[in-house]
Design a protein around this ligand. Structure first.
Ligand SMILES: *[C@@H]1O[C@H](CO)[C@@H](O)[C@H](O)[C@H]1NC(C)=O
Ligand SMILES: *[C@@H]1O[C@H](CO)[C@@H](O)[C@H](O)[C@H]1NC(C)=O
Ligand SMILES: *[C@@H]1O[C@H](CO)[C@@H](O)[C@H](O)[C@H]1NC(C)=O
Ligand SMILES: *[C@@H]1O[C@H](CO)[C@@H](O)[C@H](O)[C@H]1NC(C)=O
Ligand SMILES: *[C@@H]1O[C@H](CO)[C@@H](O)[C@H](O)[C@H]1NC(C)=O
Ligand SMILES: *[C@@H]1O[C@H](CO)[C@@H](O)[C@H](O)[C@H]1NC(C)=O
Ligand SMILES: *[C@@H]1O[C@H](CO)[C@@H](O)[C@H](O)[C@H]1NC(C)=O
Ligand SMILES: *[C@@H]1O[C@H](CO)[C@@H](O)[C@H](O)[C@H]1NC(C)=O
Ligand SMILES: *[C@@H]1O[C@H](CO)[C@@H](O)[C@H](O)[C@H]1NC(C)=O
Ligand SMILES: *[C@@H]1O[C@H](CO)[C@@H](O)[C@H](O)[C@H]1NC(C)=O
Ligand SMILES: *[C@@H]1O[C@H](CO)[C@@H](O)[C@H](O)[C@H]1NC(C)=O
Ligand SMILES: *[C@@H]1O[C@H](CO)[C@@H](O)[C@H](O)[C@H]1NC(C)=O
Length: 664
């Protein structure tokens, strides 16, 4: 009798654990040294842990988290949460008792399909360089409603190896980020890319399934507990780009994914230098009767997978814009995975089909380095957008393209040029490199119609050359005489040289960088009139100087009067041989109009070309590279137009997307 009662109690207790103890929903463990240079026998590393939990777990001291817990940075207290050394511990001074694995709240999602409580934690440790251990966090239990492994124990492990790399530096592990839960329709083929990147840019990254019986994480440490092989058997994985291909067979349950991302020194390395676990969930749904054919999409303001430099201690305001495609399609939730301290506004619906969430975040010094943010929007038929992930590089400044305000200043050419002009260049505020994403375009447009003449994809085009602070674009196009053109550049056209290549903002303003093509047909040698090119608005030059021959375009074409509409003055002044003042010369009484487009008349152009400097400059354009070595001529034209490139870029993407949809 007593025995029977005890058995009943034990059964009841274990049932409770099964129902309520199942609260783990995945996570990530990665690390990096604060300084990768070897000094002495120890180095300080920063270990980053992020875990996702079931929000309803009754043993949490805070029963159901809210955004208030995100703002307060409430600790997620899980009893016995310790990141331990699991194997080869004698090689290291890693604390025997482990380090805490209780997270600081960063995301709370009350959507009934998600119900996720997420947090992260950074820990500092000074470890001996002989350290070569497997660290991990294992306990029980996984979420119950899993396709495979529900309610079983979890295990998430990382290989931490500090012995110097072949290049003599201390390794940094790869970094990755994910949403806690991604919703996909049942029985639909899915291609899902898991993000991965590495501070050591030359490392080769591979991802593989976590498993319970392999040798890299010492002596068959179990890497995935109950969710090894948690996906349907037909799931494919391409290791080199960490791309999963699968079809979820059953609806209304979750599927756990457990992967290890590993960095190899080079293609001939037999084994990786570290192993970063990433575990998260998919959820399969049957679309409701009223569901839209198209899932919502996040259209910006930033493009997916952008990398943005942000300073410490300055509030960042980021807008997530979501597009819906059907009437009655309402965005009810934005699943996020955020750096801690980032606050999420309520979702607003400023116009039909557009939904907005504002993120505010003031990065603190502890968050220096890359910080990932991911979001996925869910509508009221459970359709979820593709994940949209941004990396913030805390403590770095993104390069930005410098607004050309001076002749032979930051962009070349501006003003009037020959129709065979083929070298274009622009400067950024810091050293730049090629963007890491394709379809980052630089485009030339007709000023009159805004039509695109042609574009180059800066992601790979050999016509776009990055050198130091300067980007050179080599065109192979004969410009139409008398036409005006302008240049636009996508987000990330100029990318920083650090880590994920922090990106410049897009330039979509047509006054940012423009040039006119000299029309010889309207030259004074063929006609005696001074009729301006018909494609231009008549504009005067508001500023020029009298002391030096200043009203020059970058091609060395000179305007010799204080007002471009006066054409009688012949070139007579001596060209400058030294650096000219960078400020505007005395302003003349010449007529100024509100237009900011400098226009040159053919006669001016011809007069100018009589001048030695002009001819030399026109012919020897090539010698003008790099432009920053050149003396800056006086102020030429001023673009006071305010512009908000990021907003315009989002609108453009929106329009493009709408076009794509209509085309389908
Ligand atoms: C890393 O340490 C080396 C040697 O102490 C030092 O020269 C270097 O400036 C440090 N780098 C950073 C980024 O702190
Ligand atoms: C580093 O370790 C080696 C061997 O363990 C020891 O001989 C040496 O004195 C140590 N150096 C420092 C600076 O502690
Ligand atoms: C979790 O809590 C929410 C809010 O109390 C409730 O609506 C929901 O049904 C709970 N979920 C489960 C699976 O019990
Ligand atoms: C956790 O991992 C350690 C080391 O591999 C193992 O001894 C232990 O049994 C595991 N615990 C659980 C609950 O899986
Ligand atoms: C695990 O691997 C070892 C050696 O590689 C092998 O002997 C053992 O049978 C494997 N165990 C399982 C369960 O596959
Ligand atoms: C990943 O690589 C495979 C094989 O090279 C390729 O077929 C696939 O298109 C790639 N996926 C993505 C998203 O780039
Ligand atoms: C973000 O908004 C706050 C409050 O409106 C403002 O003080 C701050 O300067 C903004 N940050 C940036 C980078 O614009
Ligand atoms: C979604 O919400 C909108 C507006 O609240 C409503 O009109 C529509 O019927 C809902 N759709 C579904 C499938 O519930
Ligand atoms: C780690 O240590 C460095 C140097 O002592 C300190 O600046 C930083 O704030 C620490 N970070 C954390 C997360 O404790
Ligand atoms: C471009 O055209 C101008 C005027 O016709 C000519 O002087 C110059 O040599 C040409 N430049 C090149 C690179 O062909
Ligand atoms: C970009 O496009 C080029 C040409 O199509 C291709 O060779 C290259 O692999 C692409 N790069 C990426 C990162 O997709
Ligand atoms: C060209 O674009 C500008 C601003 O983007 C707009 O004001 C203008 O109307 C457009 N012109 C044409 C012909 O579409």
């Amino acid at each position: 009798m007593e025995w029977g009662l005890r058995l009943a109690l034990v059964l009841l207790a274990s049932l409770c654990i099964l129902l309520d103890g199942s609260h783990f929903r995945g996570g990530i463990i990665s690390w990096r040294p604060l300084n990768s240079t070897v000094t002495g026998n120890y180095t300080t590393i920063l270990i980053h842990q992020r875990y996702f939990w079931w929000r309803n777990f009754s043993s949490f001291p805070v029963p159901l988290c809210t955004e208030a817990n995100v703002i307060a940075g409430t600790p997620i207290t899980v009893s016995g949460a310790i990141l331990k050394c699991m194997k080869n511990c004698a090689s290291s001074n890693f604390p025997t008792a482990g380090i805490p694995a209780n997270m600081i709240t960063s995301d709370c999602d009350s959507n009934l399909l998600i119900e996720s409580w997420g947090g992260e934690l950074y820990s500092n440790l000074s470890l001996h360089l002989t350290t070569d251990i497997t660290i991990g966090f294992n306990s029980s239990a996984w979420l119950g409603a899993l396709y495979h492994g529900g309610g079983l124990g979890w295990s998430i492990v990382n290989r931490l190896k500090l012995t110097p790399r072949p290049d003599g530096y201390i390794n940094s592990s790869p970094v990755t980020t994910t949403l806690p839960c991604i919703l996909y329709q049942r029985n639909v083929a899915v291609v899902h890319v898991v993000q991965m990147s590495d501070n050591d840019a030359s490392d080769i990254l591979q991802c593989r399934w976590s498993n319970s019986n392999q040798t890299y994480n010492y002596d068959q440490v179990d890497e995935c507990g109950g969710v090894c092989g948690g996906m349907p058997p037909s799931t494919g994985l391409t290791g080199a780009n960490c791309t999963l291909t699968f079809t979820l067979p059953n609806a209304n349950i979750y599927y756990a994914v457990a992967l290890q991302i590993e960095d190899y020194y080079d293609t001939s390395s037999p084994s990786p230098m570290s192993s970063v676990p990433i575990q998260f969930l998919f959820y399969a749904y049957n679309p409701g009767a009223g569901a839209c054919t198209y899932v919502p999409s996040i259209i910006g303001v930033r493009p997916n997978r952008a990398c943005i430099g942000v300073p410490v201690g300055v509030q960042l305001n980021e807008t997530v814009e979501i597009q819906t495609y059907c009437p009655g399609q309402a965005i009810i939730d934005l699943v996020t995975s955020s750096p801690y301290g980032m606050q999420h506004s309520k979702i607003s619906n400023p116009s039909t089909g557009l939904w907005i969430m504002t993120l505010t975040w003031t990065p603190i010094a502890n968050q220096l380095g890359p910080q990932g943010f991911c979001a996925g929007a869910i509508d009221n038929s459970s359709l979820q957008s593709a994940p949209w992930c941004i990396t913030y590089l805390v403590g770095y400044d993104s390069p930005n393209l410098i607004l050309p305000v001076l002749v032979q200043g930051s962009a070349s050419p501006i003003g009037t040029v020959f129709s065979n002009q083929s070298l274009f260049s622009i400067q950024a505020t810091s050293a730049v490199g090629r963007p890491s994403r394709n379809t980052t375009n630089v485009c030339f447009h007709y000023d009159s119609t805004n039509a695109t003449v042609f574009c180059y994809d800066a992601g790979y085009s050999p016509n776009v050359i990055y050198t130091g602070y300067t980007i050179v674009i080599v065109t192979n196009y004969v410009w139409t005489p008398g036409q005006s053109y302008y240049v636009t550049m996508d987000n990330g056209f100029a990318s920083g040289s650090v880590f994920c290549h922090a990106e410049s903002l897009a330039i979509t303003d047509k006054t940012f960088w423009r040039f006119d093509i000299w029309n010889p047909a309207l030259s004074s040698t063929t006609t005696t009139t001074t009729t301006p090119p018909t494609t231009h608005t008549v504009t005067s030059l508001g500023t020029t100087t009298t002391s030096i021959n200043t009203a020059c375009t970058t091609s060395g074409i000179v305007v010799t009067s204080t007002n471009a509409s006066t054409t009688t003055t012949t070139a007579s002044t001596t060209p400058p041989t030294t650096a000219a003042p960078t400020t505007a010369g005395p302003t003349t009484t010449g007529v100024t109009t509100e237009s900011t487009i400098p226009v040159f008349y053919p006669v001016d152009f011809e007069n100018a070309c009589k001048q030695p400097v002009a001819i030399m400059s026109a012919v020897m354009m090539v010698a003008f590279m790099p432009i920053q070595a050149l003396a800056m001529y006086a102020a030429f034209t001023k673009f006071s137009n305010t512009f908000k490139p990021s907003n315009t870029a989002a609108k453009t993407r929106h329009q493009q997307r709408m076009k794509n949809i209509l085309r389908r």
